[in-house]
Design a protein around this ligand. Structure first.
Ligand SMILES: [Zn+2]
Ligand SMILES: [Zn+2]
Length: 407
């Protein structure tokens, strides 16, 4: 591909935006707490078992309507959380043990391949298990892009200290921590053991978040998600001892998001589901989860940064007035003004810097103009929710604005 000077200007500007502005957060930590029912986490108005997460949530976003919308057991829900889609799993043998792999690529594979990340910067930390579930053999991704599987210890506390050591020693940019004890205590039928284990995971989340805040590698550039794979039966369907059906207790799970790109002190009531987790994490990591089916949960994102940029600026012969509304749905209006006749190009790019559509490319007389974008790409296909970049270019000036499409 031959790059003109104009392309180079746009690319370098996008690169600058990525580095400085849009992708302030390079790192992602995800904690999955297996089998905590919502009524014992954020669904409890007293938050008696999750005091730390409840305190933390003032600095982040809770999704109050987050659901396992399909199979409410771990062997299917964990791969769905990894892959951003419900995926088939296939029986295989790994190191002499029967196990399964996911058919769809995982966030680990998207992250490592697309960002050229070495294996020791991408970790999955869990207790010691002989039959570890594996990511995909997808021809575009597969074992070359699998994460480091760190499977040590027997309790959630062991897993927490392993994760802290790995954060210290290796500073992985992507870390997924899986905590298994709540589910096994729930199955024991011992209410105190079950709720105690929720309290332990609550402390672990706080410890990991404190580690993020106190380590200069992670501080201010790391987002954290905490969620579950499934809940447990509500009292009309067998109670906390089991799970696996379609009752609200099994389906309704928690979702907490923290970090520099996450809205503070916000509770969202928008319906969301397991596949949306990895797709949103990929979006924050600047990675395209191309084979996933989930949606980007744009309602999580802090948009003050976008509003601040909207102040009208007049530089030289070309000025841009605010873009509105922002966030937008179904369309956004972009106003612009030229002091002298000039050719202007207004194009929309996605978060990865790939062109979506050119809205304007023609010679204009001086004056005020406006153009609308209805969220369709150049093939008239609707684009997904998320951040887009509007690049406006005259003969010798380029200006950019971030847009947030929120469906
Ligand atoms: Zn279980
Ligand atoms: Zn149930």
């Amino acid at each position: 591909m031959k790059l003109s000077m104009k392309h180079l200007v746009i690319i370098s500007l996008l690169f600058y935006l990525h580095g400085q502005n849009l992708s302030a957060s390079d790192n992602m930590v995800i904690i999955i707490i297996d089998g905590a029912r919502y009524s014992e986490t954020f669904g409890d108005i007293n938050h008696q078992f999750i005091p730390n997460m409840w305190n933390m949530s003032a600095g982040g976003t809770i999704i109050d309507e987050f659901y396992n919308d399909s199979m409410t057991y771990t062997s299917k829900a964990i791969p769905a959380l990894w892959c951003g889609t419900w995926t088939e799993t296939v029986d295989t043998v790994n190191n002499g043990y029967d196990t399964q792999y996911a058919v769809k690529p995982s966030i680990f594979e998207y992250y490592r391949k697309q960002k050229n990340i070495p294996i020791d910067k991408c970790y999955y930390v869990l207790k010691y298990i002989t039959s570890l579930w594996l990511p995909s053999f997808d021809p575009d991704y597969g074992p070359d892009y699998w994460q480091t599987l760190h499977s040590e210890g027997s309790t959630d506390s062991d897993v927490s200290s392993e994760a802290l050591q790995i954060m210290d020693a290796c500073h992985p940019g992507f870390l997924l921590i899986y905590l298994a004890d709540v589910d096994s205590r729930g199955h024991s039928g011992d209410w105190n053991a079950y709720t105690n284990s929720i309290q332990i995971t609550d402390s672990i989340v706080a410890v990991i978040w404190n580690k993020i805040q106190s380590d200069s590698f992670y501080k201010d550039n790391t987002n954290l998600f905490v969620t579950n794979d499934h809940g447990r039966h509500d009292d009309d369907h067998g109670g906390f001892r089991g799970h696996g059906c379609g009752c609200d207790g099994c389906r309704h799970i928690m979702f907490l998001a923290m970090g520099p790109e996450i809205k503070e002190n916000y509770i969202s009531n928008q319906y969301r589901r397991i596949p949306d987790m990895a797709v949103t994490a990929c979006h924050l990591l600047d990675v395209n989860s191309e084979k996933a089916t989930g949606e980007i949960m744009a309602e999580l994102f802090e948009i003050n940064a976008i509003s601040d940029e909207q102040s009208s600026t007049i530089a030289g012969d070309f000025s841009i007035t605010p873009i509105y509304p922002n966030p937008f749905n179904p369309y956004v209006t972009i106003e612009y003004a030229l002091k002298q006749p000039d050719t202007i190009n207004i194009s929309i790019y996605n978060y990865l810097g790939q062109p979506i559509i050119t809205l304007v490319n023609s010679k204009h007389n001086s004056g005020y103009y406006q153009v609308k974008w209805n969220g369709l790409d150049n093939r008239e296909k609707p684009v997904s929710s998320g951040i887009y970049i509007c690049v406006m270019q005259t003969t010798d000036q380029t200006q950019t604005r971030k847009l947030l499409l929120q469906k």
